[in-house]
Design a binder for this molecule. Structure first.
Ligand SMILES: [Zn+2]
Length: 101
């Protein structure tokens, strides 16, 4: 599978994120180093970064890893209850999530 650019209604080229499948402009994507044809959107890149840190934290305890684990448990709880999709509260929670480890 290759990431062939598609043209949007505005005439700008867009590419599909290999993680979530949504289309984005080139400026909103990052490429993998050894496989530059693979594109990942910035939100999925953040998600993958968090997953990588969580995997590392599983193997070695650190104080920051414990904080990240606690934040992730709260994040999972919020998502389980659907609070991230509740109007202004959801917008607030999604906004502060950008700044959390
Ligand atoms: Zn994505």
């Amino acid at each position: 599978m290759t990431a062939e650019p598609e043209t949007t209604e505005s005439g700008l080229a867009s590419l599909r994120c290999w993680c979530c499948g949504a289309e984005f402009a080139e400026v909103s994507l990052v490429h993998l180093g050894a496989r530059p044809e693979v594109t990942i959107c910035l939100d999925c890149a953040r998600f993958l970064h968090r997953r990588a840190l969580a995997r590392r934290d599983e193997h070695r305890w650190t104080p920051m890893g414990a904080v990240r684990g606690g934040v992730q448990r709260v994040r999972d709880w919020v998502i389980e209850n659907g609070w991230h999709q509740r109007g202004p509260l959801g917008a607030f929670l999604r906004r502060i999530d950008r700044f959390l480890p």
